[in-house]
Ligand binder design. Structure first.
Ligand code: ZN
Length: 290
């Protein structure tokens, strides 16, 4: 069953929809490849000027589906990496280089403007679908969290946190694992605009149409100029060097726990969510008292 839906809502705009709401759009290998295929289809269609990435259900994406089958036997690499069946650390390194950093960098450089249309929660690997997009339109209920530190890791694989948040807020996100609200994300420049949830689709489409009316080669060059500037600042190198640290952490956890991540991570995430909810309740009570 497909986890992706292709739409052409108005001339000039392709909308790719994550359609796995029963799993809060958790990502598995098939969804990532279907998404890559959908981007490629949109690019092959000469009429498409702007691509919107949207999601069904209350949450944009809960991240990587850790319980799914990530085996890559017989899979043909899209990013020219390989060694999926190699012994030792190589096979998982190759798998993540292909499915995570490789696809994200490829999507970041798609030669058409891309807009993420985001509602609800964006967790861990969910950030890796939003951040490669050029623009982000968020519903006022959106929140963004990288909880990966709970697994004794540095953070999610596509490590552009610094550019999204600035150094201090990036560290706070990684150190605390606490969600960033849409309002804070707007203040940090991580999202372009916030709209009421019921206007999310129409506001995103309106922005996409506005961009689609402009000359396409100019858009392509403007995008490339900004992305090249990011690279001159070291973004691509930073992603690759953080990926090395991320794999030290996977190797560390494998040595200590016999698995890629610290198995205590889920409890850490549960506990901090409980603490966060309690703090929110307290703040609300305080607000009501005075
Ligand atoms: Zn990883």
């Amino acid at each position: 069953m497909s986890s992706i839906r292709d739409e052409r809502p108005v001339p000039g705009v392709a909308r790719i929809v994550l359609a796995r709401p029963e799993k809060r759009n958790a990502q598995d290998r098939d969804l990532l490849y279907e998404l890559d295929d959908a981007y490629a289809r949109a690019l092959r269609d000469e009429r498409v000027r702007v691509i919107v990435l949207a999601a069904d259900g209350p949450d944009f994406s809960s991240g990587h589906d850790l319980d799914s089958d990530w085996a890559m036997d017989g899979v043909a690499s899209r990013t020219m990496t390989g060694g999926f069946g190699a012994p030792g650390a190589e096979s998982w390194f190759a798998t993540e280089e292909e499915l995570f950093t490789g696809l994200c960098l490829r999507w970041r450089d798609i030669p058409r403007p891309t807009i993420a249309q985001v509602q609800g929660r964006v967790m861990g690997g969910g950030l890796m679908l939003v951040w490669p997009c050029d623009l982000v339109v968020a519903a006022s209920d959106a929140s963004f969290v990288d909880p990966v530190g709970a697994f004794d890791m540095n953070g999610a694989e596509y490590f552009t946190h610094l550019w999204e948040l600035g150094a201090r807020r990036a560290k706070e996100m990684l150190f605390t694992g606490e969600p960033i609200s849409a309002q804070d994300a707007l203040a940090m420049g991580m999202v372009n605009r916030i709209v009421p949830p019921e206007q999310l689709e129409s506001a995103t489409l309106e922005l996409a149409e506005r961009i689609a009316r402009r000359p396409p080669f100019g858009l392509r060059l403007a995008k490339r100029a900004v992305n090249q500037s990011l690279d001159l600042q070291g973004q691509r190198s930073a992603v690759e060097s953080a990926f090395g640290l991320h794999h030290v952490a996977h190797a560390h956890n494998r040595e200590l726990h016999g698995q890629l991540v610290d198995p205590g991570g889920r409890a850490v995430i549960r506990d901090s969510a409980r603490l966060g909810e309690a703090a929110q309740r307290e703040e609300k009570d305080r607000g009501e008292d005075g």
